[in-house]
Design a protein around this ligand. Structure first.
Ligand SMILES: Nc1nc2c(c(=O)[nH]1)N[C@H]1C(S)=C(S)[C@@H](COP(=O)(O)O)O[C@H]1N2
Ligand SMILES: [Mo]
Length: 249
């Protein structure tokens, strides 16, 4: 693969083209020969900073082939994502609402938290069993903002500056859709989209936008990043994208 010409056809190209070659190219690209060492669960913090620096150095997007701990893979559509913490993180809710509002991390933590444990399913095939996510129900934030007459959908944007997602208002109001602050009973780390990501339990994991920074109530659904590149807008696990995985919710 030519590093000067990033392919952006689909998140799954690594798996489709065969793991051994992809891994070897990746290790060559990053000049790293001992991936197994950094995947040890006790080194998760080290892994996160490794992923951050690896993606900083990786204009090809090959970091998506990297393990992200516990069966997850690391995905980002951009080569580097700024880090946000309790002091710098903001989540803005706007669009067709009566009361637009910007939340800090402390604001979100002060709201009632819901914990959901379901399998995670990526549209490229990998699945992680029984993963706890915890956070604020999206429906609660929408109710607090006061959704206006004529609204039909919600658009999500991210502080990576590139990714986006969307849900119909009915989907967004489901009890198993969270603005997640925690995953696997820990605060969400940077590599998993922390400090705050969307979590849409019944849908393929591409719906669960990492590094969430904006929630805009809109009239109609606007297809998200991957949806403009061919994935289904209604991303129910097992009933979309031509796949027959066991539902997750
Ligand atoms: N901002 C952002 N969110 C994203 C993605 C991304 O590239 N950027 N990839 C999606 C896809 S395809 C998957 S499978 C999951 C991966 O989450 P993980 O990196 O925590 O394993 O994030 C989803 N959310
Ligand atoms: Mo995915």
């Amino acid at each position: 693969m030519n590093p000067e010409e990033p392919e952006n056809e689909g998140e799954g190209r690594g798996e489709e083209k065969g793991k051994p070659i992809g891994r070897r190219v990746l290790l060559g690209t990053l000049g790293l020969g001992a991936l197994g060492v950094v995947t040890a669960p006790t080194l998760q913090r080290g892994l996160e900073s490794f992923l951050a620096s690896a993606s900083d150095k990786d204009p090809t997007g090959l970091t998506e082939l990297l393990p992200n701990g516990g069966g997850f893979r690391y995905y980002s559509v951009v080569s580097s994502v700024p880090r946000k913490n309790a002091a710098t993180y903001r989540l803005k809710i706007d669009g067709l609402v009566d009361s637009p509002r910007t939340y800090t991390l402390a604001d979100l933590r002060a709201l009632p938290q819901t914990r959901i444990v379901r399998d995670v399913q990526c549209v490229t095939g990998w699945r992680v069993p029984s993963t706890p996510f915890e956070g604020v129900r999206l429906s609660e934030l929408l109710d607090a903002a006061g959704v206006r007459e004529g609204a039909g959908a919600v658009r999500f944007t991210c502080f990576d500056g590139a990714y986006s997602e969307s849900l119909t208002l009915d989907q967004a109001r489901r009890a198993d859709v969270l603005v997640a602050l925690r995953m696997q009973d820990k605060d969400l780390g940077h590599s998993h989209g922390g400090p705050v990501r969307l979590y849409v339990a019944p849908m393929y994991f591409y719906k669960s936008a990492k590094w969430l920074s904006g929630i805009t109530v809109t009239e109609d659904v606007q297809p998200g990043y991957w949806e403009e590149r061919g994935y289904d807008v209604d991303a129910w696990v097992g009933r979309s994208n031509g796949r027959d995985d066991k539902p997750t919710s």
